[in-house]
Design a binder for this molecule. Structure first.
Ligand code: SF4
Length: 418
């Protein structure tokens, strides 16, 4: 239609376009009148009949992200060291990204107009950072005296058919114990509108300068899991699903055995670290038969401190199936400090330290989550550049099977992953 890069899309069927959501929803009609301003300034009107199911083919520029108005003491972004690349410091709190990508939003910054849009476009399910339902406790947690009452917001949206996946980051002394009980009771009372609740322990780095509280310890983590068990019993009896889930970290911290994959249903909060270990175990179990013989191959596996104790059972099973010999290399996090033990937050410098002198390895696997879509580690190291400096082929891997299943094939052996 002559829409070129830089064209400003103004209206669809007479309604003004504010962002990608308007475009997505308003262009769902079959007959469209689109007003646009071309880069030269000419305004054009297009009348379009959209063939059913076919995309319009316009690519929008990335949306301006709504910034967060809170100042949580436990905010991970406030716990980043100085000097990283700029986008890492963006604190987004955007209901549109909550719907589109599953990012958690607090809904503290939504206005009447936003509520109307959520209802009109049926933006459901939304991923909501509740943290606490008692209003005063929530104001303290979000460090923002102007946060709206979350139960009022959720009730209103639920009445319009919107559903939620909720999370609570549990901070000892602020929203454990009675506040946790009250919050779970309030969310449970919302019925089917609340699809799931994840409880995640507060995680702070050595740079979390706002955080004054205590770190989560084993006793507290165990108490939170006891609450999870009580509420899941009730949910199973009354709703037929577990509804509330503890994140894997709560189990690891309190030394409780991690549940099996069937505990987590459709893994709706796996991005939140809920069921990630169970899912990994399942994928390894299911993928074993796809693995080739790798007799005598010496394979290094780099991981974080918290995952290290869980690895031997998986690697032993793969070794028994393939004949490969594994070396586990747990690394402390040099950027965030020793309290940050997650494998996915290891940085390029850690991978380099782990592997630079390992001439005894034929191959190394690193956590794929350490690298973003642009091929960068959090410390700005570029994966493709780093791997060239290491003495063995290195592959980012999610579950070992993804890489090792291809290793026996002669045409890909020794390849470098992108
Ligand atoms: S809501 Fe809190 S944790 Fe989330 S970005 Fe804002 S300040 Fe950080």
């Amino acid at each position: 239609m002559g829409i070129v890069s830089g064209t400003e899309l103004l209206t669809v069927n007479g309604r003004e376009l504010a962002d990608f959501l308007d475009w997505e929803f308003l262009t769902a009609d079959d007959e469209l009148v689109i007003e646009a301003r071309l880069p030269g300034g000419d305004e054009v009107v297009y009348e379009v009949e959209r063939p059913e199911g076919e995309a319009l083919g316009a690519e929008l520029e990335p949306p301006t992200i709504r910034r967060c108005a809170n100042k949580c003491e436990f905010c991970f972004i406030e716990g980043l060291p100085q000097g990283l690349r700029k986008p890492l410091y963006v604190r987004d709190d955007d209901y549109r990204l909550s719907f589109a990508y599953g990012n958690f939003a607090t809904l503290s910054n939504v206005k009447e107009r936003d509520i109307a849009r959520i209802l009109e476009y049926r933006l459901s399910p939304l991923y909501v950072s509740v943290h606490a339902t008692p209003w005063e406790a929530r104001k303290v947690l979000l460090n923002n005296p102007r946060v709206p009452n979350i139960i009022d917001q959720l009730t209103r949206l639920a009445a319009g058919g919107i559903q939620f996946h909720c999370q609570m980051v549990v901070v000892p002394g602020l929203n454990d114990a009675d506040v946790l009980e009250q919050s779970l009771a309030d969310l449970f009372a919302l019925g089917d509108a609340v699809l799931s609740v994840a409880l995640v322990p507060v995680g702070v780095t050595q740079f979390s300068h706002l955080y004054n509280g205590r770190p989560m310890d084993a006793v507290n983590a165990g108490r939170i899991l006891a609450s999870v068990e009580r509420w899941e019993d009730r949910a199973l009896a009354e709703r037929g699903d577990r509804w509330v889930y503890g994140s894997d970290e709560l189990y690891l911290l309190s030394d409780h055995p991690l549940p099996a994959a069937d505990h987590y249903g459709d893994f709706s909060q796996i991005e939140n670290g809920v069921g990630a270990v169970a899912s990994l175990r399942e994928r390894v179990r299911e993928g074993l038969d796809d693995l080739p013989r790798l007799d005598g191959r010496r394979i290094g596996v780099v991981t974080g401190v918290s995952m290290a104790p869980l690895m031997p059972e998986l690697l032993d099973a793969i070794a028994a199936r393939t004949g490969a010999r594994f070396t586990l290399i747990p690394m402390e996090n040099s950027l965030f400090g020793p309290t940050t033990t997650t494998a996915g937050l290891l940085v390029g410098a850690d991978i380099r330290r782990a592997l630079a002198d390992r001439h005894d390895l034929d191959l190394a696997l690193i956590p794929a989550e350490t690298i973003n879509d642009g091929g960068l580690f959090l410390d700005d190291e570029r994966f493709v550049a780093l791997r060239e400096t290491l003495p063995m082929p290195v592959f980012p891997s999610y579950d070992f099977i993804d890489v090792l299943a291809l290793e026996g094939e002669p045409h890909v052996s020794g390849r470098h992953a992108a």
